[in-house]
Write a protein that binds this ligand. Structure first.
Ligand code: AR6
Length: 165
């Protein structure tokens, strides 16, 4: 499994699956979630609403899959990162679950290339360094796709990932 680190906008990346840092409502909001829904169009939102009607909210650490609408990717995997609060082990485990469950879903759908944003490090306030360690370690433990791309939006994350990968 190849691991790449790039700096950029995940809505522009051509991969089999783009991962979205969603919230449990699955109905889109701001941050990378807003960007994916805006660029991908209403097909993604409709698919999320369909899942909502079927299973209810998506729990923290879990993942669901939809069309990628107008994005260059084939699918979007929506996962819900933890809000960083007390800095306890459970939050770390939940973040690891996001990466693991997204990869397992990609495998289930026979998707070979996957792009991750830096889940939980924006509005959900997870410390960037700890989040990067969890992301990289978890991905390395689950070599179930051909290529993983960490798409860092900001320079700080980008440099950190380059050092750690
Ligand atoms: N491409 C790649 N990364 C991006 C992009 C982009 N276009 N835009 C932002 N980022 P955040 P969270 C980075 O806040 O912390 C939403 O409202 C950003 O710089 O998007 O998991 C959801 O609906 C940061 O490094 O997600 C939830 O309510 C990373 O993506 C909540 O935010 C994650 O930042 C989830 O919070």
């Amino acid at each position: 499994m190849k691991i790449e680190v790039i700096q950029g906008d995940i809505t522009k990346i051509q991969v089999d699956a783009v991962v979205n840092a969603a919230n449990s409502s699955l109905l889109g909001s701001s941050g990378v979630d807003g960007a994916i829904h805006k660029a991908g169009g209403k097909e993604i939102l409709e698919a999320c609403q369909y899942i909502r009607n079927r299973q209810g909210k998506c729990k923290t650490g879990e993942a669901v899959i939809t069309t990628a609408g107008n994005l260059p990717a084939e699918k979007v995997i929506h996962t819900v990162g933890p809000v960083y609060n007390k800095g306890n082990k459970i939050e770390e485990e939940l973040l690891a679950n996001c990466y693991r469950n997204s990869l397992l879903l990609a495998k289930e759908y026979n998707l070979k290339t996957i792009a991750f944003p830096n889940i939980s490090t924006g509005i959900y306030r997870f410390p960037k360094e700890l989040a990067a360690e969890i992301a990289i370690q978890t991905v390395k433990k689950h070599p179930v796709v051909d290529k993983v791309i960490f798409v860092c939006f900001d320079e700080e994350n980008y440099k950190m990932y380059l050092e750690k990968v």
